[in-house]
Design a protein around this ligand. Structure first.
Ligand SMILES: *Cc1c(COP(=O)(O)O)cnc(C)c1O
Length: 456
């Protein structure tokens, strides 16, 4: 004989009974008393409502606590979570751009866990400057006179223009006024400094004579923005940084080069188009070169500025420098990453360069191993992308583990719903997993997840 819902309402355990129970006590230990109590009450309320509505619901203490535990797990799960990137897009902006090297992570942990010499001079026992931490490394790897790091490249641009061009004109090619993703446009970021953008040329053609004609007494600087996330092909012309810097020099104007990605190594060595390097820009005569820490440098998010010491000294003193300063974790990770380049070991140690340089035969072997251990799918040739607003349209030949499933969209949604979420690509209705961007040690987990989903 089964009890009526009304009788079962009386069977519901009390809150006191539940928190006196070992399961309830465990929830309090894990999540704290207040959150655990709220969840337990909510779980009881939901059973009560169901029973009142005549719907059957389990009333045992274990069942109610399970409901509360599941709610607490979701509530406390961070929104910023690690994922497995099987897309083959190396600098995936939405997935956090570059993963960091082991030394960079160690340096960040050490800076996070301890007091540090962030702004302390051990020789004098007095105040030091946080800006010295990345400076030596930046000078060493780029050959610049000086360097500094701020929060990100967009803020670096605002700092430069606020310092040198507030209320004055900046000459820039119309073809370089780009949107950098997330709906943010470089020209709109730049004008936050109070500088006036003086656009010259046309979308497809800008000549050095256009810059020359636009110079007035109110011109403060000449600017080049590397077209990092799009490609202009066909009937096009744009003066190189050397010509712009030469013009700046004869007219007494500062030349700024926004490289975006800021490669320190030659991408052409890995079958990609040549991405302008920071040293090339400096050698060509740019006074200041700006680039991101977390694009082709493979460091934490930062905005790096290198170039003339006299100019960088001025930037350091601007009040905005304080507002956009890099934090100690960033400086620790950036310095450790720069050290890899100084030691000539960046291709082995910096994850994104290891991915760029990964031999196709290694990728094929991993894809084949995944296929064989799961016993489903095939290995197919495909393309990996560098991404992250660099090398637009450029790809690297890769091999993917490809899975035929009845509904590829539903399958990838299930992959994302797991823990850790797996992000894959769909091509021609097949789900592709690219070993290039799956970190060492994540492969087994990936295969296990795919196998269990595929068999259900
Ligand atoms: C990505 C990019 C930026 C912005 O860099 P953040 O470090 O993300 O602020 C600026 N300019 C160019 C050309 C870029 O490609």
């Amino acid at each position: 004989m089964s009890a009526s819902p009304a009788n079962r309402l009386r069977d519901l355990p009390s809150v006191d009974l539940l928190i006196g129970n070992e399961g309830g006590a465990a929830l309090i230990r894990t999540y704290g008393r207040s959150a655990a109590l709220t969840a337990i009450r909510a779980a009881l309320d939901s059973v009560r409502e169901k029973l009142r509505a005549g719907v059957d619901a389990p009333t045992s203490p274990a069942d109610v606590l399970d409901t509360a535990a599941a709610a607490l797990h979701l509530e406390f799960r961070p929104t910023l979570r690690p994922v497995i990137n099987a897309t083959g897009i190396i600098l995936h902006t939405n997935l956090g751009r570059s993963p960091l090297s082991e030394s960079a992570r160690d340096a960040i942990t050490a800076a996070a866990a301890n007091y540090s010499t962030l702004e302390y001079d051990l020789d004098s026992g007095g105040r030091g400057s946080r800006l010295i931490h990345a400076e030596q490394g930046l000078i060493a790897v780029t050959g610049a006179e000086s360097g500094m790091a701020v929060n990100n490249a967009a803020s670096a641009l605002v700092l430069i223009l606020s310092t040198f061009a507030q209320g004055r004109e900046v000459i820039v090619s119309r073809g370089q006024l780009v949107e950098i993703g997330g709906g943010f446009r470089i020209p709109e970021v730049m004008t936050q400094s109070g500088a006036v953008l003086r656009e010259v040329g046309t979308t497809n053609k800008t000549r050095i004579s256009d810059y020359e004609r636009a110079i007035t007494d109110n011109t403060a600087l000449l600017m080049r923005i590397h077209s990092s996330n799009f490609k202009l092909i066909g009937f096009t012309e744009t003066p190189d940084i050397e010509a712009i810097a030469a013009l700046g020099k004869t007219r007494g104007l500062i030349t700024v080069d926004d490289l975006g990605s800021g490669a320190l190594l030659d991408t052409a060595r890995y079958g990609l188009e040549h991405e302008p390097t920071v040293s090339e820009s400096l050698t060509a005569g740019a006074d200041l070169v700006v680039f991101s820490g977390d694009k082709l440098l493979g460091a934490p998010q930062a905005g790096v500025i290198v170039g003339k010491k006299a100019l960088i000294d001025q930037l350091k003193k601007h009040p905005l420098a304080r507002a956009i300063r890099a934090d100690k974790l960033c400086l620790a990770g950036l310095s450790a990453t720069l050290d890899h380049y100084r030691r000539g070991e960046a291709v082995e140690k910096v994850p994104i360069w290891r991915m760029i340089a990964m031999p196709l035969s290694d990728i094929e072997r991993i894809a084949q191993n995944w296929r064989d251990s799961a016993g489903v799918g095939t290995v197919i040739a495909s393309q990996s992308a560098v991404g992250g607003g660099s090398l637009p349209g450029e790809t690297l030949p890769t091999a993917c583990w490809a899975l035929d499933v009845p509904d590829a969209t539903a399958f990838t949604a299930k992959l994302r719903a797991g823990d850790p979420p797996v992000i894959a690509r769909i091509v021609d209705n097949r789900v592709l997993f690219d070993p290039r961007t799956v970190l060492p040690g994540q492969g087994d987990m990936l295969v296990e997840r795919v196998r269990s989903l595929h068999n259900h």
